[in-house]
Write a protein that binds this ligand. Structure first.
Ligand code: ATP
Ligand code: MG
Length: 455
């Protein structure tokens, strides 16, 4: 087979080189040259004779795609209600986190109704069989292929509707130089798979490995090519795993699914109210629960703070699950607007359960948790809070206030501290929960810690 001619292009300045070089001759940066193929012939042909023409919006047919259920409800939720047919979904995660396991389970479920091809480029057929037995997958229609060459995979895939590639770093195009997993190979393989999904009407799931820094291995363009990117996260020693959508063309990219790894496979955890909150909160100072919105759901998350006197010159600031800059900003606001001393204290803040609080609505809970820690006074177990905090110390309104209050009521909280500007929307719930509207952090601290002394 004739080799596709390729070139090496600098991702920074666009300099083209016929061979790979460590240092770009154009901009002088190191490691920026990436192999790219020259445009395939059919693309050149289609430019010469245009076949596509513009269509008026009103003339475009309204095709309703029935989403396919994966058989795992939490995964369906993260995908936005199931997989959209003919889309391409990328699942990334650390080694051994359970990527192959979850997709084997999904394949087993979908094979009940569709023709499924599981391409295992990393493991032998007997290994896949062993896993299927452990997961009690008996679907007869589930076909397994042990193959690394994409050209061959494409040919075989023609007879199937649903294809799983395990993994994108293990497959390669023999027409391209560069080993499997190299930037050029990953990028080209992903675009070929995308074309396969869209032009031949296949639904494709692709597994991707992550690098040491936690990003998906391979070029960033890999994430641009696919329709949906999901990350599987979790501590190796912890059986709880989080599946997070970071890009979704057909649903919310804020959704988080909670799973448990068991010996019979991945199990969904639908009632996760206890996952991000501890039972004995309220006994110690420094913990408070916020109502965080993730996608379409409200997740109750406990924020914990610990302070200890600085031994060395520079006080330490260590947030887990909360943005570092956001935490430093909140500390400054508390020092200046609520006169709480942190200048000689090491501060540790943790969002429980490994979740990341990216919404500004968690600011107020971080404030209260820090105030509780510095005053060494616990906050009532049945108190919850949400609201954005500004640099002037004001508590600003947040979106979905009603949803958050409803969730607090459902979980049995007795008191909710909210921004004053959100009060109008939620005052109808005042008979079910004590609603405390506040305008400033100092006021919120007084309400949250009514028994604290002003030391
Ligand atoms: N017999 C077993 N009992 C319980 N758990 C098991 C068993 N066998 C495997 N596991 C779990 O499954 C995990 C491996 O899952 P899987 O192979 O799906 O991960 P992966 O993300 O595909 O890994 P890789 O990146 O290496 O392909 C292990 O970390 C282990 O926790
Ligand atoms: Mg695997």
């Amino acid at each position: 087979m004739a080799k596709i001619s390729s070139k090496f292009v600098c991702q920074e300045c666009g300099t083209v080189s016929p061979q790979w070089l460590g240092k770009c001759p154009g901009c002088g940066k190191f490691g920026t040259l990436v192999e790219e193929t020259d445009a395939p012939e059919e693309v050149v042909g289609s430019i010469a004779v245009p076949t596509s023409k513009p269509t008026a919006l009103k003339d475009i047919e309204n095709v309703k795609y029935a989403r396919i259920s994966t058989g795992i409800k939490e995964l369906d939720t993260v995908l936005g209600g199931g997989v959209v047919p003919y889309s391409i979904v990328l699942i990334g995660g650390d080694p051994g986190i359970g990527k192959s396991t979850i997709l084997t389970q999904v394949s087993g479920e979908i094979a009940k109704t569709q023709r499924v091809l599981y391409v295992s480029a990393e493991e032998s057929l007997s290994h896949v069989k062993l896993r299927c037995e452990r997961l009690s997958i008996t679907a007869e229609n589930l076909m397994v292929l042990n193959e690394c060459r994409l050209e061959h995979i494409e040919k075989v895939a023609e007879d199937y509707d649903f294809i799983v590639i395990d993994s994108i770093q293990a497959i390669y195009l023999s027409s391209l130089s560069g080993s499997a997993g190299s930037v050029g190979q990953v990028k080209e393989c992903a675009s070929r798979l995308m074309r396969l999904a869209k032009s031949k009407h296949k639904t494709v799931f692709v597994i991707g490995h992550v690098t040491k820094d936690g990003g998906l291995a391979g070029p960033k363009v890999l994430e641009h090519i696919v329709d949906t990117v999901l990350y599987f996260e979790g501590e190796p020693q912890d059986s709880l795993k989080l599946l997070r959508a970071v890009k979704n063309r057909f649903g919310s990219a804020q959704e988080v699914g909670v799973f448990e790894m068991t010996d019979v496979g991945i199990k969904e955890v639908s009632d996760f109210s206890g996952v991000f909150m501890s039972e004995n909160r309220g006994a110690q100072a420094g913990s408070v629960v916020t109502q965080s919105v993730s996608g379409n759901r409200v997740v109750p998350v406990e924020v914990q703070s610990l302070i200890s006197k600085t031994v060395f010159g520079m006080p330490r600031r260590m947030p887990i699950g909360v943005d570092y800059n956001r935490m430093v900003l909140i500390l400054a606001v508390l020092e200046r607007r609520a006169y709480l001393p942190f200048f000689n204290q090491d501060v540790y803040v943790n969002a429980m359960g490994g979740i990341k609080l990216t919404e500004p609505s968690s600011d107020l809970a971080v404030c209260l948790s820090l105030a509780s820690a510095v005053k060494n006074t616990p906050i009532e177990k049945t108190t919850t809070a949400f609201g954005e905090v500004g640099l002037t110390g004001e508590v600003r309104a947040v979106s979905f206030a009603e949803k958050r209050v409803q969730n607090a009521i459902k979980l049995g909280f007795k008191k909710v501290i909210i921004p004053k500007r959100n009060y109008e929307n939620v005052k109808k719930y005042a008979d079910k929960i004590t609603i405390v509207p506040v305008s400033f952090v100092s006021q919120a601290i007084k309400e949250g810690l009514p028994n604290a002394t002003n030391e």
